[in-house]
Design a protein around this ligand. Structure first.
Ligand SMILES: Cc1cc2nc3c(=O)[nH]c(=O)nc-3n(C[C@H](O)[C@H](O)[C@H](O)COP(=O)(O)OP(=O)(O)OC[C@H]3O[C@@H](n4cnc5c(N)ncnc54)[C@H](O)[C@@H]3O)c2cc1C
Length: 413
């Protein structure tokens, strides 16, 4: 091991999850390096829409109000629109006095989070790709091979973190990565110019398509983010016409509504379409001896319910506590095992019921007639709609959505 660099914690991935975890650990005096393959921020397939819970999570990690005001645009409601004409407005508690949902400017938020990590003392290395990871199994440090603009180097880390998105190299190496259970879908996303002023209240939209959906979220700097998710039946058309033409054609069919006159339709595109497929992924465990997974690397189901950002932020809170315990324990192997188990259980406790609700939503989404029925019921039942919005936004326990009274209000004829 002579000559190789040694660190306490190596975080692979400088996205939201990696940056926030780095801030939390570095602030506690733990030596952290963040290894991020991109040299500069660029738009990649990712989400921008989130419930107010994400704003609170960002405050808890130390993001200032001044930065939040710059990176976040309030969204009064998300309007779910079905092919049959039902519209369900989800306000995430904003209509009852709570804060609004948010559209994030990722080109401002993500670099701000990395800056916060640097300021906390983390060593952030951009343009550094981790090409292989050998886990130490609790007996030895993990060994990471890094490729930079100037060559290849090796780092040994007591704890290695996979914050590298749904196709995590750490999850693969630990043998816990599994394909997503949902059928393979394609996500296409970019931004379009929108002439409306940033302080003009503009609702988000989620329009259901045959075998897919499209989300439209206003974000800062006069833009809307378009996120299109397409199922298997779209594949021949995507192969024939290409992603950009299919996206433009879908965008052209989205009607103007009283809440969105759609001035972005046909407007200039602000960045090339970024695609992702398969969307999401699954892991059988989120931590083991000397390794942890956070953010999408710890499992991501589907963008429909828009919970990825908030979940990623919460995972860093839970992981930070466990990693600190692992590093300060007296017996390395025992402390590492306890910390890994504690984190895995904490994530399960926090998200298992929400996952069940998300699966229920997906089951309805896969059956258009049923989905239409439920949407019409929710459109006319204010209390049930409000509860569903709060559950989707991680603002109340997800078990409230499985309450028989709520299910009866939504499902009973
Ligand atoms: C199409 C789509 C739509 C979405 N819509 C929503 C939504 O509306 N609302 C919502 O809340 N969430 C949504 N999400 C999910 C959301 O984007 C993520 O949950 C969130 O960004 C958390 O990201 P992360 O930090 O875990 O991963 P990422 O943001 O993917 O960051 C991972 C980082 O790791 C780096 N990396 C990867 N491999 C390596 C390597 N080997 N070496 C070095 N660096 C590496 C990458 O460059 C990247 O910067 C969506 C996701 C997709 C794909």
């Amino acid at each position: 091991m002579t000559g190789a660099e040694r660190v306490d914690v190596a975080i692979i991935g400088g996205g939201q999850a990696g940056a926030c975890l780095a801030s939390r650990l570095a602030r506690r005096g733990i030596e952290v390096v963040v290894l991020e393959r991109s040299l500069n921020w660029r738009w990649h397939a990712a989400g921008v829409f989130s419930s107010p819970a994400a704003m609170d999570a960002l405050r808890r990690v130390g993001v200032s109000e001044e930065v939040l005001a710059r990176v976040a645009r309030p969204i009064p409601a998300l309007r779910l629109e079905t092919p049959g004409g039902a519209t369900v407005g989800l306000t995430y508690g904003h209509d009852r006095g709570g804060p609004p949902a948010i559209g994030f400017d990722r080109s401002a938020l993500d670099p701000a989070l990395l800056e916060l990590a640097r300021a906390a003392g983390a060593d952030v290395r951009l343009g550094t790709t981790v090409t292989s990871v050998q886990l130490g199994g609790g007996r030895a440090p993990a060994m990471l091979t890094l490729r930079t603009g100037t060559g290849t180097t090796t780092v040994h880390a007591r704890v290695v973190i996979g914050a590298d998105g749904p196709h995590s190299i750490v999850a693969r190496e630990a043998g816990v990565a599994r394909p997503a259970r949902l059928a393979t879908r394609v996500g296409l996303t970019h931004h379009l110019a929108d002439p409306r002023a940033d302080d003009e209240p503009v609702d988000g939209r989620m329009q259901i398509l045959p075998d897919g959906y499209v989300g439209i979220a206003p974000v800062p700097s006069g833009r809307v983010n378009i996120g299109i998710v397409l199922g298997r039946s779209w594949r021949p058309r995507l192969a024939r016409e290409g992603a950009a033409r299919v996206a433009a054609s879908i965008e052209g069919t989205i009607p103007a509504t009283p809440h969105d006159v759609a001035p972005w339709r046909g407007a200039a595109t602000c960045d090339p379409i970024a695609g992702a497929s398969p969307l999401g992924g699954r892991v059988t465990r989120r931590a083991g001896l000397g390794w942890f997974l956070v953010g999408d690397a710890a499992g991501f189901l589907d963008p429909f319910t828009g919970e990825g950002i908030h979940r990623a932020l919460v995972s860093t809170e839970l992981a930070a506590a466990a990693i600190r315990a692992a590093l300060t324990g007296r017996s390395t192997a025992a402390a590492a095992a306890d910390a890994a188990g504690a984190y895995d259980r904490a994530m399960r406790r926090r998200f298992a019921t929400k996952d069940a609700v998300t699966w229920l939503v997906q089951a309805f989404l896969a059956r258009p007639v049923l989905f239409e029925y439920v949407a019409r019921r929710l459109a006319t039942r204010g209390d049930a709609r409000a509860t569903m919005g709060l559950v989707m936004g991680d603002l109340i326990p997800a078990s409230r959505a499985l309450d028989p009274r709520l299910l009866a209000a939504v499902l009973a004829p």
